[in-house]
Ligand binder design. Structure first.
Ligand SMILES: [Zn+2]
Length: 168
């Protein structure tokens, strides 16, 4: 059975590869923290390891999407965001609290996006921070929510980001 499946995959694969080059954006979500740390590992150590790999591999700019709420409980995690910037990598918004548009109202969600912005504006120091990734890649459970939040990209001064929307 496995040989048959493998044959099918190998047979189909050449036909599934597009005849034109595609672009892929590599980004990191949930900065400055996500999940528990193993013993003897720091958040800034994880960030520096990632940043070192990105540099070694000559990657183009890689956005880190921020939930600044983490800084309320652990202000020292600003070091992660500063390390990201010091490495020349940009930051964007992932909402302040990692909000879920499917469960939240539009006004509440917009407010959560807005709370993230002062941190991004300061850390990006005049560079383009107006990129946004929807937490959970959820664009809402109604067309109205989807269109309203996507519409933020039309307004001056607000963030951008497929799964990433541009907030203008
Ligand atoms: Zn996330």
């Amino acid at each position: 059975m496995m040989k048959r499946l493998l044959f099918c995959v190998l047979f189909v694969l050449p036909f599934a590869i597009p005849a034109f080059p595609q672009q892929v954006a590599l980004t990191f979500d949930d900065l400055p923290e996500h999940g528990d740390l193993p013993p003897h590992v720091t958040r800034v150590g994880v960030a520096r390891s990632i940043l070192g790999t990105l540099k070694a591999e000559h990657m183009p700019p890689v956005y880190g999407f921020v939930n600044a709420v983490a800084l309320e409980d652990t202000p020292s995690e600003i070091k992660v965001l500063r390390a990201w910037r010091a490495a020349g990598q940009p930051l964007g918004s992932h909402t302040y609290t990692h909000a879920d548009l499917t469960a939240w109202t539009v006004p509440k969600y917009e407010s959560d996006i807005a709370r993230d912005e002062p941190f991004l504006e300061k850390l990006m120091a005049g560079q383009d921070w107006r990129w946004f990734r929807y937490p959970y890649l959820r664009e809402g459970d109604t067309l109205e929510k989807r269109e309203t939040i996507r519409g933020l990209s039309e307004r001056p001064g607000l963030p951008h980001s497929a799964g990433v929307a541009e907030l203008r």
